[in-house]
Design a protein around this ligand. Structure first.
Ligand code: FE2
Length: 275
């Protein structure tokens, strides 16, 4: 076993500094800004200006698997449903098929160094199922509660592995990731599923809170790649700083596993590709 692979298996995550160039990070952020500028917000306004539990918002979210869709920060709207700030700085993320639909995101997700890393981690049979450009804008970027990525991308047996790319420096004040070395040595806590009658639900598999003791901030420089085991509990705090913390994340699954139709994210599985 090579050293990257051994470290990943031991810790449940891997921090690879200097993985992407500054230019590649800037180009990806630039492309995100262009996509946001082309987003027809007014054509979708009814989706976002209603309560989070509304059927249209649920449908927009559940239909986003094979698309490039836009999601807002919880605090982006005022009581009358109007955006408080400009559109770009109100966005939480863009997802979930950027890597398959946009050439710039495709190239970033399947770079030469990604192919080499996938080979090192023996992920030759893995498929990229999901991608997200996460803005975490200054002041407004919200908390991401402790979770395991396998909760959202459940496979039998478990296989989810995430790749989180810092497009800007990430540190405590602007909401870097937190995790505990070896934290992945635990069971899956929950599954996030489609409900039979529409909408989604969290199914709790064990009656235990996450153990956050020993979690450390993963403060990293722009260009760093963090590999995350699907069972590794992790979280990020709100961005309380004046600098954004943009990151791009892709999630992968082993194509030999079973991907249930009850998972919230549904893709045309025949179209999925690896690195
Ligand atoms: Fe996550």
């Amino acid at each position: 076993m090579n050293s990257r692979s051994a470290q990943f298996r031991r810790d449940g995550f891997l921090v690879l500094e200097g993985f992407n160039t500054t230019e590649a990070c800037d180009a990806l952020m630039q492309r995100g800004q262009e996509l946001a500028a082309d987003f027809d917000f007014n054509g979708h306004a009814s989706v976002f200006q209603t309560s989070e539990q509304s059927k249209t918002a649920d449908d927009y979210f559940l239909d986003s698997g094979d698309k490039i869709s836009f999601f807002f920060e919880k605090d982006a709207f005022d009581n009358s449903g109007k955006l408080k700030g400009d559109l770009f700085h109100s966005l939480n993320k863009i997802g979930h098929a950027l890597h398959d639909l946009d050439p710039v995101f495709d190239a970033f997700s399947r770079s030469r160094q990604m192919k080499a890393l996938a080979a090192d981690l023996e992920l030759n049979d893995w498929l990229i199922i999901q991608s997200m450009l996460i803005f975490k804008h200054a002041r407004i970027g919200g908390v991401v509660d402790v979770h395991q990525d396998s909760t959202f991308l459940f496979t039998e047996p478990d296989s989810c592995i995430g790749f989180w790319f810092a497009l800007e420096d990430a540190y405590k004040e602007n909401g870097c990731l937190w995790a505990k070395p070896g934290g992945h040595q635990c069971r899956l806590h929950a599954r996030f599923q489609r409900k039979a009658g529409g909408g989604t639900e969290m199914i709790h598999l064990i009656n235990e809170a996450y153990d956050t003791e020993g979690m450390i901030p993963l403060e990293v420089k722009k260009g760093t790649c963090i590999v995350l085991h699907g069972l590794l509990p992790h979280y990020s705090l709100p961005n309380s700083s004046r600098k954004s913390r943009q990151a791009y994340a892709i999630h992968t699954i082993d194509k030999k596993t079973v991907y249930p139709g009850t998972n919230w994210l549904q893709r045309d599985m025949k179209k999925l590709r690896g690195f």
